[in-house]
Every structure is written in structure tokens, then in C-alpha cells.
Design a protein around this ligand. Structure first.
Ligand code: ZN
Length: 334
């Protein structure tokens, strides 16, 4: 037994639920925008009553709001900083939604040009990221409509792991190959989702927007976002966990086992703050006794951790193209 009386080695719901606050973030920190973490750190310091919060934090990058203010006043460096800050995220989102690197390149370029053009009029009713994802999404939808008669499956050769391996002259370690394969399995699971479930999952679990922000981007209620999100998460887990041997990952839904509650649905709902303390305590008791549900919960936690860690990289040619387009725009604008 552990110090709190819980059997040693049992993953408690509290541990799993900590995923919301720590695990997912730690996994995703590498790629997450610095500002969110800065804000989080400041909140933590405030909660702790840490005196250092009063000191100016010169080591922290300027906030979106500060950059926006400067950009509105005609500061090009501030505008470029905002573009640099968002282009990888918008590209990642567009690629997941459009599935075609060429289209994603156009979408990220058009979105950032729209930002450069509209920055003076943006009054900050919503957050900048919400605004940008909304623009990018509408471009993605327009593109989908335009290519209605084009083949629906557009996969660039560069996107296949074989091509990536060929293009990379350096020998790859087993670890690198395994992580590349994991990325590909996750990618396949995400693109196989119906677009309305896919966009909810991508915005919430990969791009890290809050559920209300996702609702704003999608123009639907927060409840509708959450219901799409839970379904998307469970579908992705069901594909990814068995393929990668994550957790016990039973083939059938764990909730369908006699006597077992819908732990995956509950876990996902807990992440969105929808589960009461009583239900949570009940779940913990069940998890302590049921290795099957524990394995299932753990696999969902890990798969969501992978989403958070999805790389956000903009290929060099796309960066150059965006830079050129913005430069031309600014020159024309004088
Ligand atoms: Zn169970």
C-alpha cells in the first residue's frame, strides 16, 4: 500500500486526471505556443502568492495583445513576429483539415495575408488564435467545395513514411522510426475521422484551444463541441491504441464489459470538467479494482498526449512563400 492507503502501482483517477493539468502539457510543451504557458505560470504564481509576479518578466516573449497593439500602430516587426508565431500552427491545422500540403500552403498564406490586412480592424473581441483558425477553416471549406469533383483522397508522396525515409539520407535509429510510425498511425486515425469530428479534435487536443474557443471557431454550442470531441477522441483511441500496443487496449469498448462503466467517455468528459466529484470518486474506486478499465483509460491518456505533441513544422518552401507574399503585401500597402 502507498502512503495514502492506495495499492502501490495503481493508477488512480487523480493521476489520470492530472493529465489535464500536467501530463498533456508536459508532453505538448515542446510545440505549444509560449504565451499560454507564460500565462499559466503567472496564474500559478498568483495562486501561490508568489511575490515574483510583481516583477516585470523581461524573459517572457511579448503577448499577442502587445504585438497586436504594435502591429495596429504600423509596427512591421510586431506583425512579422505574430506571423512567425502562428504560421506553424495554422499550417498544421490546415494540413490536418485539407490533407494536401499544397492546399495547406495556400491556406496558411491566405490566412496570414488576411491577418496582415485585417490587423488594424481586429478589435480583439475574440482571441487572435480563434480569429486565425476561423479564417483558416473557412479557406479550407472553400477549397473543399472548389475541389468537389476532384479526387477526395489527395495524399502527397512526401507525406508517406517511405518517402520521408528515402528523402532523409541520415540513417534513422529504431527510436526515430518508431516515433515516425506512431506519428503516422495517429495521423491516419485523425484524417479518417469525419471532418466535423476531426476539426473539434484538432482544435481542442492538437491546437490546444479551450472548448468555448473551439465553439467560437466552429460556430456551434460548447455542448456540441464537447459531444463531437468525446466521440472523436474515442474513435482515435480505438484505432491508435491497438495499432501501437498502447495500454491493454481491448478491441471492444471497455464500457461494453458487464459491470464496467463507460470509463473512456467519463475520462474524456472529466477532461472537459463535466464530471462531478462523486462520480469521479466512484470511477477511482472502479479503476483501482479493474485493470481492464485502467488500461483503457491509460491508453486514452497516452493517445491524447500524442495529439498534444503533434509536431508543428512549416516546410522551408512554405515559409519562404509566406514571407514573400506578406512582403509584397506590405510593399504595396506602403
Ligand atoms: Zn472495468
Amino acid at each position: 500500500m502507498g502512503p495514502d492507503g492506495a495499492p502501490v502501482g495503481i493508477v488512480s483517477m487523480v493521476d489520470l486526471f492530472d493529465a489535464r493539468d500536467s501530463h498533456l502539457l508536459v508532453v505538448g510543451e515542446r510545440h505549444a505556443p509560449p504565451d499560454r504557458f507564460a500565462a499559466r505560470r503567472r496564474r500559478r504564481r498568483r495562486r501561490r502568492g508568489d511575490a515574483t509576479v510583481a516583477r516585470p518578466m523581461i524573459e517572457e516573449p511579448p503577448s499577442d495583445a502587445a504585438l497586436l497593439d504594435a502591429a495596429r500602430g504600423g509596427d512591421r516587426a510586431a506583425l512579422e513576429a505574430l506571423i512567425a508565431r502562428y504560421q506553424a500552427r495554422i499550417y498544421r491545422f490546415s494540413l490536418k483539415m485539407c490533407r494536401d500540403p499544397e492546399v495547406a500552403k495556400d491556406v496558411v498564406q491566405d490566412t496570414l495575408i488576411a491577418m496582415a490586412r485585417g490587423v488594424r480592424d481586429f478589435r480583439g473581441g475574440s482571441s487572435l488564435s480563434t480569429w486565425l483558425y476561423t479564417i483558416a477553416r473557412s479557406y479550407c471549406i472553400k477549397t473543399r467545395r472548389r475541389s468537389k469533383f476532384a479526387p477526395t483522397e489527395v495524399t502527397s508522396l512526401d507525406a508517406t513514411p517511405e518517402a520521408a525515409a528515402l528523402a532523409d539520407p541520415a540513417p534513422r535509429s529504431d527510436d526515430a522510426l518508431a516515433s515516425r510510425r506512431a506519428e503516422q498511425v495517429l495521423e491516419d486515425a485523425i484524417v479518417s475521422l469525419d471532418p466535423k469530428y476531426r476539426e473539434a479534435l484538432v482544435l481542442r487536443d492538437i491546437e490546444g484551444l479551450t472548448a468555448p474557443e473551439v465553439a467560437e471557431v466552429l460556430g456551434i454550442s460548447v455542448d456540441a463541441v464537447k459531444s463531437r470531441l468525446h466521440r472523436a477522441r474515442l474513435e482515435v483511441r480505438a484505432r491508435v491504441a491497438p495499432a501501437l500496443g498502447i495500454g491493454d487496449a481491448p478491441a471492444s469498448a471497455p464500457g461494453s464489459h458487464p459491470g464496467c462503466p463507460d470509463v473512456l467517455g467519463l475520462f474524456s468528459r472529466h477532461l472537459e470538467g463535466e464530471v462531478s466529484a462523486e462520480v469521479c470518486a466512484e470511477m477511482e474506486r472502479h479503476l483501482a479494482a479493474c485493470s481492464r478499465c485502467r488500461g483503457a483509460c491509460d491508453s486514452l491518456r497516452q493517445v491524447l498526449g500524442m495529439c498534444r505533441a503533434a509536431p508543428a513544422e512549416v516546410p522551408e518552401p512554405v515559409q519562404r512563400s509566406v514571407q514573400r507574399a506578406i512582403h509584397d503585401l506590405l510593399i504595396r500597402a506602403g
